[in-house]
Design a protein around this ligand. Structure first.
Ligand code: ZN
Length: 168
């Protein structure tokens, strides 16, 4: 396994729309293993392939306290079951150090492939529902900062750009 480097906002590569995974084989399972290692090391609760500059529809998530419930979603499709909105303070490994209240539907149905290439359906609520919607946005080239005001987003962008310059 290998740690992958995580792209940070406003890197334009985060705006890439991910392609469908054609076949779930050892190549894809290697990406999944590396993504889990990268997510747990960060540490984070979710990671989309887009964030590690792999533009295929792969998401890994583990929202459990003790990091024992790894979930993989390949080619995920999400439908809203309950339009009721809830607010969560979201963060993102690609926007490190910033947290904002984001409003999303509270209950969704996800259809995806697992690491064996088998289709499964889940109907998560709460944190897992939020997390899946957040990661699905990444696969579409979208970030949680797109939901906040331009002023706030610009402020975050400037702070991160300053950090990136001082690191370079
Ligand atoms: Zn994110």
């Amino acid at each position: 396994m290998a740690l992958l480097s995580i792209l940070e906002f406003p890197d334009p590569r985060l705006r890439t729309v991910a392609k469908t995974v054609p076949v779930v084989d050892d190549r894809v399972r290697k990406i999944i293993d590396d993504m889990f290692e990268t997510m747990y090391a960060a540490p984070g609760v979710g990671l989309a392939a887009t964030q590690v500059n792999i533009h295929e529809q792969i998401i890994v998530i583990d929202t459990s306290e003790d990091k024992t419930e790894p979930l993989v979603f390949i080619n995920p499709q999400v439908e809203v079951i309950d339009e009721t909105l809830s607010d969560y303070e979201e963060g993102c490994l690609s926007v490190p150090g910033f947290y904002e209240e984001i409003t999303r539907p509270c209950h969704v149905r996800v259809t995806a492939l697992n690491r064996a290439g088998e289709q499964f359906v889940m109907e998560p609520k709460g944190l897992l529902a939020v997390c899946i919607q957040h990661e699905l946005d990444h696969l579409k080239g979208k970030l949680f900062v797109d939901y906040i005001s331009n002023m706030k987003r610009d402020r975050i962008r400037k702070k991160l750009e300053k950090q990136h310059r001082s690191r370079a």
